[in-house]
Design a binder for this molecule. Structure first.
Ligand code: PGA
Ligand code: ZN
Length: 413
């Protein structure tokens, strides 16, 4: 829908970890037409666009008065009068107004809030349809994080995310149901083992485990207990987030210090023993050598996903494509900071034959825009946590709504 932006208005709200974040309203011709709120990571990549916070002691330094005032001031002034339907022009204006390479001046949180609020304001009907234009659309295969470790839990587990991937189903609602049943089955399995405590930041269970591999075993048990065929119907994905345990002398896992090659050997053993279809961030964000070696060795039998490695940045993705560092990318809007740049990265990845996984952050809000982005860009995959807690289920529930309009669900694995 065309129309001139008449106002942009931002406020502070709370995210799922109880930290401040920014929410932006976009008015078109005097009417509130779009609203967006911005998530926040815990295991963030060094090369991400800058999430601006106030510092100091209030809100433990996490206040967002600065980015809120940037939206209400400069950003509003520069976008008022622009056609809300011209997303590229809006995002270009935001990038130029900021003037830095990593959105450090105005903050990627402020800029992305404005960008998504405008995207929503421009959509007349379904947002996924507005994004898709005339392109194809399908429901994404979810990576559902049912066992949390790493920076998202207080447990001793190094691997950040043990996820189930329900790919062998005819449609998204059935796939989702199987993932939910597996989540509940995992709860029973852990309870029987005396391992049931709280949940982590993304809603998955967060037990202490003797070894990281035990997480794989419990998830496999849960798939079977829920009555599904491991590998055929439901497989496993990992987000190792290895940067978090990568130190000067190597990778610290299970009480050992490992080289990139030794860590890769462990992954290969896991691939031999478990139905793993995807491994995200198996190595540190600048350990390109280990990535290349592992992708060369295992890239034909498993999806290898760059998150902290690429930070949704086209320059880093281009380097990864040239070097053969991965065969897939994780896409997080707030790592790059505008809708247009995000969609361009997805296109670039797809043109290179890479898999694309649209992702939430560990600190989330009820904003469900990633569901529409995943369908609208036909990304094929989404990662949005356990099927528990409203910040996570908001995205699954939006996908259920979209599933009333879109049938296609493709078994990618
Ligand atoms: P983050 O974790 O949002 O804390 O960065 C998610 C991920 O690593 O994929
Ligand atoms: Zn990750």
């Amino acid at each position: 829908m065309s129309g001139a932006v008449s106002d942009l208005s931002a406020r502070m709200i709370l995210d799922s970890r109880g930290n401040p974040t920014i929410e932006v309203d976009c008015y078109v011709d005097g009417l509130l037409r779009g609203r967006a709120s911005i998530p926040s990571g815990a295991s963030t990549g060094t090369h991400e666009a800058v999430e601006l916070r106030d510092g100091g002691t209030v809100w433990a330094g996490k206040g967002v008065d600065g980015p809120v005032s940037h939206v209400n001031g400069e950003i509003c002034d520069s976008l008022v009068g622009m056609d809300v339907a011209d997303q590229r022009a809006i995002d270009t204006a935001l990038i130029e107004l900021d003037g830095t390479a990593n959105k450090a001046r105005l903050g990627a949180n402020a800029i992305l809030g404005a960008s998504i609020a405008c995207l929503r304001a421009a959509a007349e009907g379904s947002l996924w349809y507005h994004i898709a234009g005339s392109g194809p659309s399908s429901l994404p295969v979810p990576q559902m994080n049912i066992l949390n470790g790493g920076a998202h839990a207080t447990s001793n587990v190094d691997v950040q995310e043990f996820m189930v991937v329900p790919h062998g189903f005819d449609n998204f609602p059935e796939a989702l149901r199987s993932g939910v049943e597996t989540y509940h089955a995992l709860k029973s399995v852990l309870k029987e083992e005396g391992l049931l405590g709280g949940v982590g930041d993304e809603g998955g269970f967060a037990p202490n485990l003797p070894r990281n591999e035990d997480g794989l075993r419990y998830v496999l048990d849960a798939i079977e207990r829920a009555g599904y065929a491991p590998g055929d119907q439901i497989s496993i994905a990992l987000d190792v987030a290895a940067q978090e345990f990568c130190q000067g002398d190597g990778y610290h896992m299970d009480g050992q210090v490992l080289s990139g090659t030794e860590l890769g050997d462990i992954y290969s053993e896991w691939l031999d023993s478990y139905p793993i279809v995807s491994i995200e961030d198996p190595f540190g964000e600048d350990d390109w050598e280990s990535w290349i070696e592992f992708t060369e060795r295992e890239g034909r039998r498993v999806q290898i996903v760059g998150d902290d490695l690429y930070v949704t940045n086209p320059d880093r993705l281009l380097r990864g494509i040239d070097l053969g560092a991965t065969n897939a990318i994780l896409v997080k809007l707030n790592q790059i900071g505008t809708v247009t740049e995000t969609i361009e990265v997805i296109r670039m990845a797809r043109d290179a034959g890479f898999g694309t996984v649209i992702s939430h952050r560990s600190g989330e809000t009820s904003d469900d825009v990633i569901a529409d982005i995943a369908v609208g860009t036909d990304a094929g995959q989404i990662k949005t946590g356990a099927p528990a807690r409203s910040d996570r289920t908001a995205k699954y529930n939006q996908l259920l709504r979209i599933a009333e309009q879109v049938d296609a669900y493709t078994d990618l694995f």
